[in-house]
Structures are given as C-alpha cells and as structure tokens.
Design a protein around this ligand. Structure first.
Ligand code: 5AD
Ligand code: SF4
Length: 439
C-alpha cells in the first residue's frame, strides 16, 4: 500500500468556506489524501480564500509567496487556490504567482479530484465555471468518520441582493437553494456521526426556497423538518437579510424549541441615506420594527450584526445614526469593518471617505460594541443557561462549550462528556467567555 498523501488546507473568511474546506478534504480523500495541520510536510497545499475585503485577498498572495521554500524543497508539492479569490481572479493568480498549480472556484470544487490528477502530470488546472450540475450531488459520499458535536451545513448559496459594496453576487453567483431531501439526508447522517447542533449556512440563508415534496420549502419549513430528527438538539442559521425575515421564520423563533435564540441580522448602517446608497432596500426604522417583532416572538433572543464604516459619502451625521441604531438595538455580538473598495462593485466608483476618518469611526463604533457585548454577557450572571459541551478547557478538569446564545462557557470540574447538553448556572463573565457550574 502506498503511503497516504498529505493535504494542508488553510481556510479564510466565512463559515461557508469552513464547510467547503471540509467537503474539499473529503473529495481529495478519494485521491488518497489525508489532512495534515502542518504545511511543511504536505503534498498539497490548498488555500480556501475570501475576497470580501481587499486585505483578505492580499493575504492570499503574501501567504503564497511564503510557500516558495517548500516548493524548492519538494518539487512534487502541489499548490492550489480555491474560494472567492480563485473565482474573482482566476488565471491572474497563476500569472502573479507561478508557484500555483491549481485554481478552483467555489462552484466547481467537485471537480478537484480530476484537477489534482492533471497537476500530477505537470499540467496546470483552472476551473472557475458556474456549472449546471449540483456540486454537492457530484461530491463523493462522506466517509463515515465520527464528528464533533457541532457542524455547518450549507443549504443555500449565492446572492441576488447586489449591495453596492459587495463582491458576493459576482464570486458566488445567483441565489440557489439545495433541495430539502438532500439537506435532510445530510443532516441525519451528521447526527448519526455524533452531531447535536447544526448551523444552516447560506449567503442569504433566510431566502432559502429549496424544492420539497409538495413544492418549495421556506427556511422555517426546512427548520421544522430538521426539528423532527431525533438526536439533533440545536438548530441555527446564518447569514440573514432583514428583507427575507418571513413571518413563519419569526414565529419559529418563538415556537421551535430546537431553534436557538440567536440571530445574526446585519444592517450595515443606521443612516437611511447610506442604506439607500448601499442598495439595501430597507430603512433603519424598518429594521428596528423588525427587531421589535422578533423580540416579541422570542424576548431573550441575542442579536448580532455587521456594520460597515466609511462607506462612500458617509458623513459624521450618517455615522452617528449608526451609533444611535446600535444603542437602540443592544447587540450581543457585532462585526464591524472599514469599507473596502472592491473593483467591479458600484460603490467603488463613488467619492471615497479618507482612511483616517474610517479608522477613527471604526474605533468609536467598536468601543460602543465592546461595551454592549460585555453588558449583554455580564447580564447572564446568575442565570441558568444550557450548554452544549464541545471540548476540554485549557485547565485540568475544565470543559468548554456554547450556550444557546452562542456565548463560550467554561465549567471547572465538570463531569460531562463532549456532546452533552447540561444546565449551567453562570457565575462569572470574562473578556470573551462565561464561567459557570453545573446545576
Ligand atoms: N467592505 C467592508 N466590509 C464589507 N462587507 C462586505 N463587503 C464589504 C466591503 N466591500 C461586510 C458586510 C457583510 C460582511 C460579511 O462583510 O458587513 O455583512
Ligand atoms: Fe453581499 Fe448584500 Fe448579498 Fe450580503 S446581502 S452577500 S452583503 S450583496
């Protein structure tokens, strides 16, 4: 028997890339690859890349440069670029970095095994098609290895919203939903392998409308189907657009006990003028009213959001409106970014905000958010929460997991197993986590 070849995958960007990396590793498993955590002894290095902001894309090129030495030591080493930078820049990557043997976009990675075989004959392989066939169907069946207690499951890809700053509609293509039966089969398989919590993924996950037996299913209907799976204890979904928060999904937050009280609902800005320029097709007020309805359905829901500061033409008053909105909502988590010019998107052509103004706004916004996050986390003290234990903590006897609100929780001297869900009383709140004791 020949020794297995080693695959090193580095994943950048969103959770959908994390899921894709798992599937790519499995696909290459059929070519005799096993994963390694160490690039130095790899036979193939794959960077699964993100193109959402300029810095993310530039990181890829600097990372590739670092592999020069490895390739000199091992001429058989193959280097591949996958993900959204691959999709957006295609052949340009091979031109800019001749070390690269393979470039594969997010919609064609089911063709990886055949592409890898071509690189072994000395060819370069490039595929950034948006093929007709369903890549998930074409991917080899999953090896039946045990899994940890949490898993991602992509149910929808692509985006038709065309926010003026965003490359996703170009790199990931139009919105496509996977058929419900295939998602349910994959979910049952994950549960059989030890998974207790599934996070449904999509660039616009709440626009899900996958084929079901009696017509298309909404995301809420899909969640109710998943709810029937014995052994599956928790369901989450991300990322959502405010305009696709349908009534049945809001209602499910109040009625489906497996659906966790956490919602990532990006608003990007609190200024109607900027929201309009961003092509978001909602206002700050309509967002706030939506939050009110969601909180009526599920009062304890923890909200998180994404914010962009320094979008073209954003004034101090526009920025203040964003701070006001954040004050009003009270986020448990938030992710904030300086606007990054993406070539080919409409906002790239508009008058840009100065870099130091962007930096100043980001700092102010992050200070507010940090304060808010901490307040929400501190408010958990003395409360009883439920924790899904995922792994041993750093200290002896300690176990770590996540609460229903997605807070990291540590419990000392916890006699529990990975995968257990137990009631915990919160006794402390640290920088990024809670501590508690079993009830
Ligand atoms: N610049 C800065 N942030 C961006 N995002 C998307 N495109 C850009 C950009 N050009 C942010 C949005 C989105 C998150 C995934 O990334 O806030 O919700
Ligand atoms: Fe990008 Fe807007 Fe689509 Fe989100 S909704 S992926 S920000 S275009």
């Amino acid at each position: 028997m020949t020794a297995p070849k080693k695959l090193f995958i580095k994943t950048y960007g969103c959770q959908m890339n994390v899921y894709d990396s798992e599937r790519m590793a499995e696909a290459l498993g059929g070519q005799g690859y096993i994963e390694t955590q160490n690039a130095d002894d790899a036979d193939m290095i794959l960077l699964n890349t993100c193109h959402i902001r300029e810095k993310a894309a530039e990181k890829v090129y600097s990372e590739l440069g670092r592999f020069k030495g490895l390739k000199a030591e091992n001429p058989d080493l193959k280097i591949g670029v996958a993900g959204c930078v691959a999709q957006a820049e295609g052949e340009e990557i091979m031109r800019r970095q001749p070390l690269v043997d393979l470039v594969v976009g997010p919609q064609s990675y089911h063709r990886l095994p055949e592409m890898e075989a071509r690189t072994r004959t000395g060819e370069k392989a490039l595929d950034t098609d948006f093929p007709e066939e369903d890549k998930f169907e074409k991917l080899k069946s999953w090896p039946k290895a045990a899994r940890g207690p949490t898993a991602f499951l992509t149910v929808q890809e692509g985006c038709d919203k065309f926010c003026a700053f965003c490359v996703v509609p170009y790199t990931r293509g139009a919105e496509v939903s996977r058929p419900a039966d295939r998602i349910l089969t994959e979910a049952r398989d994950l549960v059989e392998r030890g998974v207790r919590e599934i996070t449904l993924l999509g660039q616009n996950v709440n626009a899900y409308h996958g084929a079901g037996p009696g017509g298309d299913l909404t995301l809420a209907q899909l969640i109710w189907e998943l709810d029937k799976i014995d052994g599956l204890a928790r369901i989450r979904f991300t990322t959502s657009h405010p305009n696709d928060m349908a009534d049945d999904l809001i209602e499910a937050h109040g009625t489906c006990s497996k659906l966790m009280p956490y919602l990532h609902l990006p608003v990007q800005s609190g200024s109607d003028h900027i929201l309009k320029r961003m092509n978001r097709s909602h206002t700050a007020d309509s967002y706030l009213r939506l939050i009110e309805r969601i909180r009526t359905a599920r009062p304890d829901i923890l909200l998180s959001g994404d914010f962009i500061v320094g979008f073209p033409e954003e004034t101090e008053a526009d920025f203040q409106a964003t701070l006001d909105l954040i004050e009003e909502v009270g986020y448990g988590y938030a992710y904030s970014f300086k606007y990054s010019t993406r070539p080919g998107t409409p906002a790239a052509e508009r008058p840009q905000v100065e870099e130091d103004v962007k930096s100043d706004r980001l700092q102010r916004l992050q200070a507010l958010i940090t304060h808010q996050q901490r307040a929400v986390q501190d408010s958990m003290i003395d409360k009883e929460i439920s924790v899904l234990f995922e792994k041993p903590g750093r200290q002896e006897g300690q176990m770590g997991g996540k609460s229903e609100y997605l807070h990291a929780v540590h419990v000392a001297n916890a006699k529990v197993n990975v995968g257990d869900i137990r009631k915990v009383r919160v006794i402390g709140s640290g920088t990024n986590s809670l501590s508690g004791k079993l009830v």
